[in-house]
Design a protein around this ligand. Structure first.
Ligand code: ADP
Length: 319
């Protein structure tokens, strides 16, 4: 195929720029024309589309956010919206489209694929909550950011003999929480995947304190929330001063890590290889370190396991 487009959609994630760069450069290298579509499906419908050349993606591999901007587009959830998107692609001669985003964005890509545009989804979200892949672009950077911030809180919480309750991102899943918890030596990890008992947590803290433990870091996943209430309850039950900190959107920003840049580049290049072969309606992922691709509907129906073993290891050795 001769002309392709690329867009970023849904929540942004560090490494999206590395993916955009890989798609643009791979396509140009294979003699295709590439269009950058701004603000996801919004730009597709409004015609906010720019032709990309050799220099369009210069100096972005190390930056967070997305140079193509991202947005949510309610209109694209309707049949009329998708038909309008297809018409826009036809008008510009765009035969293939790389969609970097999450499950919602892939649903849109499946609808557009059904209209005859070859769409390839690339998993871009800090939450790592896409079932068909072990890894999503942005996950590693977000975990490293969370880890650095928790380390800083730990310093001050140690000095004051405090409980630090830290809420990390993860709208639907506790993958960031469990990994950050392990990496920061958290005393407790609270995610929606594993039931917890606040009385048991408080009692265990008191037992650990009696044996000399001075600081307690509790990682709470965004999907559980209520971190201020959790801090209040722990303070009330243990008599230890407790503070809640919600890390929030700082975890979405920053320069992507090596892992995010490498995986984004691998997957971006692979997406163009699929399009080159005239293959569409696929989501690209990484399974057991190998690059894979699945039918979009099949990918959306998959279920992702939470690493309960890791969760229990963290708690077992935190004494
Ligand atoms: P994410 O891609 O991160 O999951 P959203 O769920 O917000 O983010 O989806 C991003 C965009 O994808 C939506 O604003 C909409 O344009 C499109 N989209 C989401 N769900 C659907 C759907 N069921 N059908 C068609 N398009 C959808």
């Amino acid at each position: 195929i001769k002309k392709i487009g690329v867009l970023t959609s849904g929540g942004d994630a560090p490494g999206m720029n590395a993916a955009v760069r890989a798609v643009v450069r791979a396509a140009l290298s294979k003699g295709m024309e590439v269009y950058g579509i701004r603000r996801g499906y919004v730009g597709l419908l409004n015609g906010d589309i720019i032709k990309m050349d050799e220099r369009s993606v210069s100096d972005i591999i190390h930056t967070g956010g997305t140079v193509l901007y991202t947005a949510r587009c309610p209109e694209f959830r309707t049949q009329e919206g998708v038909a309008k998107g297809k018409a826009k692609c036809d008008e510009l001669g765009i035969e293939g489209l790389v969609v970097i985003g999450g499950d919602g964005s892939f649903r849109g890509a499946a609808d557009l694929s059904a209209q005859g545009v070859l769409c390839i989804g690339l998993p871009g979200t800090i939450d790592n909550d896409i079932a068909c892949t072990d890894y999503t672009i942005g996950f590693d950077t977000a975990m490293n950011t969370a880890m650095e911030l928790v380390d800083k809180l730990r310093d001050t919480s140690q000095s004051h003999d405090r409980i630090s309750v830290v809420e990390v991102m993860g709208r639907g899943a506790g993958h960031i929480a469990v990994n950050t918890g392990i990496a920061c030596g958290a005393t407790d990890i609270i995610t929606k995947e594993v039931p917890y008992d606040i009385n048991a947590i408080a009692n265990t803290m008191l037992a650990k304190k009696a044996k000399g433990k001075q600081n307690f870091v509790v990682i709470v996943a965004e999907s559980v929330g209520h971190s201020q209430e959790i801090a209040n309850m722990l303070q009330e039950k243990t008599g230890i001063d407790a503070r809640a900190t919600i890390l929030g959107h700082v975890q979405r920003g920053g320069s992507p890590t090596v892992r995010d840049r490498v995986e984004a580049t691998r997957m971006g290049y692979y997406a163009v290889e699929l399009l080159e072969q005239g293959i569409g309606n696929r989501v690209v992922g990484i399974k057991d370190s190998k690059i894979v691709d699945y039918d979009i509907q099949e990918a959306l129906a998959m279920h992702k396991e939470y690493d309960e073993k890791l969760h229990h290891i963290a708690e077992e050795i935190a004494f």
